[in-house]
Design a binder for this molecule. Structure first.
Ligand SMILES: C[S@@+](CC[C@H](N)C(=O)[O-])C[C@H]1O[C@@H](n2cnc3c(N)ncnc32)[C@H](O)[C@@H]1O
Length: 433
């Protein structure tokens, strides 16, 4: 394949690409995209946050390589934050051109057009697995940081590692010999499909072990909410954080600084998903519906123990589905930025032996009022048309009364009829009963 080299600092004409606003980027920083590339681009908030999490002192010298750079958003964020030349490779020429323009846009936004990192940045049109050819075309002799965000098939059921284009295996085979070494060896950041199951993560670990045995590694789960893992990545060598096996990042919708929680065991030691136990609910204990994405990271138990104390007993009533549920002693007090990590938390005050329905809604209102409830949120599986009707009816009836607590109703895991009524504390300006 012929490799054309684009020099972002020498770009003059725009070639008709229309800048598009990335809602997570600051005012005035807009990006252009090549053919069908916009949905593939890393949001600026994510790209920059990742770059800021890297410790420049642990990274080897040399440019930042992205061998499948798409619109170059992640590449540009790493280059500007680390002050290193970008070396992007993209097989689609229109996307390669967009990458070059986006590097220029980022350099201009930061006022760094005269900096060496920008002037030495190159985008190569070609195949990112042809390491020797790319290096020769770009004039670089080795790489400081390798970042890979491969394209993933849209409707894949298997999310096989080999379905990613280019595959992490092919990229490691091609580039590991050309990676410079720093105090922690080479430095790599590999984006993987967020749907990889544990066995596939172990498959990825085996690929790493084949090329970089013993290399330090941090697995990172990223979520924008809704219980979904949106990004899964593996940070290796100089990109990994010392003694951090797993990291969970929750990106707030307003583009602000993400919430970060770290800890857990090496992925090679286990998936670390809790196990559900069948045990009758106990009135007075606390029930928390935890974010399903946090659970997937294997960090849910350490996060809960961090808040509730290392010795607390945790009984998991449900570990899969949309509403993982854990029972524990003592209230879970959360700071405002952590609230998104639980769907609901409260003290169990009643075991309700009836499923919510139009026939039982008045009984539910009466029970809620007995427990000083101002709003009762249904957190259980109901038919799509019934849920809003029942919630509306509960809201209307409770609004007219004088309850003070927030409450929720969830499944008890003991058959379709058994539910748990859990209440929050009385707001500060009222006296607890
Ligand atoms: C998910 S996108 C990367 C998006 C990028 N992180 C961004 O911020 O814009 C992956 C890109 O890899 C490119 N690609 C796939 N195989 C490639 C290969 N062998 N060599 C170079 N580029 C490749 C695709 O054309 C696609 O644009």
């Amino acid at each position: 394949m012929v490799h054309e080299v684009l020099i972002p600092a020498d770009l003059l004409v725009h070639e008709g690409m229309v800048p598009v606003r990335d809602p997570t980027a600051p005012e005035g920083l807009e990006f252009v995209h090549g053919d069908a590339a916009k949905p593939l681009a890393t949001p600026w908030q994510v790209a920059l946050e990742r770059a800021l999490l890297m410790d420049g002192d642990r990274l080897p010298v040399g440019p930042v390589l992205d061998p499948a750079c798409g619109s170059g958003v992640q590449l540009a964020a790493l280059a500007v934050a680390l002050g290193r030349p970008a070396l992007g490779v993209e097989m689609d020429r229109s996307r390669a051109l967009a990458s070059a323009h986006n590097l220029a846009r980022v350099a201009a936004w930061y006022g760094e057009e005269d900096e060496a990192w920008f002037r030495e940045s190159r985008i190569v049109v070609g195949d990112g697995t042809e390491a020797a050819v790319v290096l020769a075309a770009s004039g670089h002799t080795s790489v400081g940081v390798l970042q890979l965000d491969p394209a993933r098939p849209r409707n894949s059921r298997t999310h096989d590692l080999e379905e990613m284009a280019p595959s992490p295996k092919a990229i490691m085979a091609a580039w590991v010999p050309h990676l410079a070494h720093g105090p922690e060896g080479p430095a790599l950041l590999l984006d993987l499909s967020p749907r990889l199951v544990h066995e596939q993560r172990l498959g990825m670990e085996a690929i790493v072990d084949a090329h970089l045995p013993g290399c330090p590694r941090t697995w990172v789960w990223g979520s924008r909410g809704g219980g979904r893992v949106d990004r899964l990545s593996l940070w290796l060598g100089g990109c990994a954080t010392a003694n951090v096996a797993r990291r969970f990042l929750r990106y707030p919708p307003d583009g602000g600084v993400p919430l970060l929680f770290e800890g857990g065991r090496a992925v090679s030691l286990g998936e670390d998903l809790p196990e559900a136990t069948r045990r009758p609910p106990v009135r007075g204990e606390h029930v928390t519906l935890i974010d399903a994405a946090l659970l997937s990271s294997g960090l849910a138990e350490s996060w809960l123990r961090h808040h509730l104390g290392a010795e607390v007993d945790l009984h998991w009533g449900a570990v899969d589905g949309r509403r993982p549920r854990v029972h524990h002693e003592g209230p879970l007090a959360l700071s405002e930025d952590e609230v998104g990590l639980v769907q609901a938390t409260g003290r169990l005050v009643a075991v309700v032996q009836k499923a919510p329905s139009e026939a039982t809604v008045d009984d539910l209102v009466a029970l809620a009022l007995e427990h000083d409830v101002a709003r009762l949120t249904l957190r259980c599986s109901l038919p799509d048309d019934l849920q809003p009707r029942l919630q509306g009816s509960l809201d209307r009836q409770l609004q007219r009364r004088h309850g003070r607590r927030q409450a929720f109703l969830c499944e008890a895991g003991l058959g379709p009829d058994v539910h748990l009524l859990c209440v929050g504390p009385v707001p500060r300006d009222g006296a607890d009963s």
